[in-house]
Design a binder for this molecule. Sequence first.
Ligand SMILES: Nc1nc2c(ncn2[C@@H]2O[C@H](COP(=O)(O)OP(=O)(O)OP(=O)(O)O)[C@@H](O)[C@H]2O)c(=O)[nH]1
Ligand SMILES: [Mg+2]
Length: 253
Amino acid sequence: MSRPLNLIVLGTAGAGKSALTAAFGKWIEQNTDQKVAYINLDPGCDFVPFKPDFDVRDHFTISQIMRDENLGPNGAMVRASELLEQKAKEFSRRINKIKADIRLIDTPGQMEVFLFHGGPEMAKLMGDVTISVFLTDAEIAAKATGLVFTRLLGLSVGLRLGVPAIGVLNKMDLARDKLADIDRILTDTELLEKLVVKEGSGVMIDLTLRLSKVLPELLPAARVVKVSAKTGEGMRELYDIVHEVFCACGDLT
Ligand SMILES: Nc1nc2c(ncn2[C@@H]2O[C@H](COP(=O)(O)OP(=O)(O)OP(=O)(O)O)[C@@H](O)[C@H]2O)c(=O)[nH]1
Ligand SMILES: [Mg+2]
């Protein structure tokens, strides 16, 4: 990759964002000649499993905001998200200065902290090619309605940030018995629709059915990668897709 790539790792709470940031970075370092930088944008964590080149906790943390402003955890989250927005320019300038081929950006467990404030601004300001991965637990995606839901969430994330999103199903090591089901419902729209009907009824099913028809067009199955941050499986596939999307975006910018 000739121009630096910023890869924003987003996902539901506990989906393995920090673990994937560490595992994917390690895989890239061991298997390619790309230089990796690690960015932590989660002010709420006590520990990250990588050595950050930029750490938002050097500027503010959730526990410090709670103490200084007499706030509860949720109030402190909202405050942190305002601070992230206020400091978006400064932070993106600092991040941009970090020399690397690929900058892996870990984000808060509470997605809204990043997505409502700060995140879109940072994605815009970061300059070089920026793409996102949206991480969910593979077990959720093994059910047809769960799969539609997670892909829709992934699309919303891309829409909000204004950058392409790659869907990533993590913790495949815990969902090995469901791998065949996931593969089938990802690629066979008719089967997906049948299973959606079987899993429930009513308005939501009608909506899910309609969504399952448009989703393949909006987010092709080929853009959904299955990985395990624990065992390292799927890292090559993730790297290839990131590279593919990067090249497509690089040509356009
Ligand atoms: N079995 C298994 N466990 C995983 C995997 N990835 C992460 N975990 C575990 O899931 C838990 C949460 O992982 P984190 O990396 O902290 O997840 P996160 O999304 O960063 O969490 P928050 O930032 O708190 O939202 C930890 O106990 C990890 O060890 C995986 O691929 N397989
Ligand atoms: Mg984390």
